[in-house]
Design a protein around this ligand. Structure first.
Ligand code: CMP
Length: 136
């Protein structure tokens, strides 16, 4: 038996800039994800630092936060059975070079930084990340 889950998805600046939002949303919808909430925003670097606090000790942390706040992003709450894992499979490997055919990052990702989408990595983090962007 599977659980209906919610996960946070971000369409990152590289994909928004290339007008890929509608196309990427269609991919989610075609795979059975419901887009429960959605907004297009641009965040401050300080907010990106809070969002990615889990990566604070990583050498790429500063560039990652600068990048996420560099342009508009689309944040969405996706719902489906096993949404967290399903979204991660649909996104593909973090580095587009390693991503499998048919995944979003394989199709649209430019580099490990400009990898077009973010998705929560666990049910617990999904709840934290959803609350971060959608306060209600
Ligand atoms: P994301 O799923 O948004 O989570 C953290 C991000 O850090 C990741 O996607 C990548 O875009 C970025 N990143 C940059 N360098 C690395 C790295 N060496 N390993 C993992 N993630 C990295």
């Amino acid at each position: 038996m599977s659980d209906i889950e919610r996960t946070l998805s971000i369409i990152k600046p590289d994909a928004v800039e290339r007008n890929l939002v509608t196309e990427i949303k269609e991919i989610f919808k075609n795979k059975g994800f419901l887009i429960i909430k959605e907004k297009k925003i641009q965040i401050e670097k300080s907010e990106a630092e809070k969002f990615y606090a889990i990566h604070e000790a990583k050498p790429f942390y500063n560039d990652l936060c600068a990048y996420l706040s560099s342009g508009p992003i689309v944040v969405m709450v996706l719902e489906k059975e096993n949404a967290v894992l399903g979204n991660r499979e649909l996104m593909g490997a973090t580095n587009p070079k390693d991503a499998e055919e048919g995944t979003i990052r394989k199709k649209y990702g430019i580099s490990i930084d400009k990898n077009s989408v973010h998705g929560s990595d666990s049910v617990e983090n999904a709840q934290i990340e959803i609350a971060f962007f959608f306060k209600d």
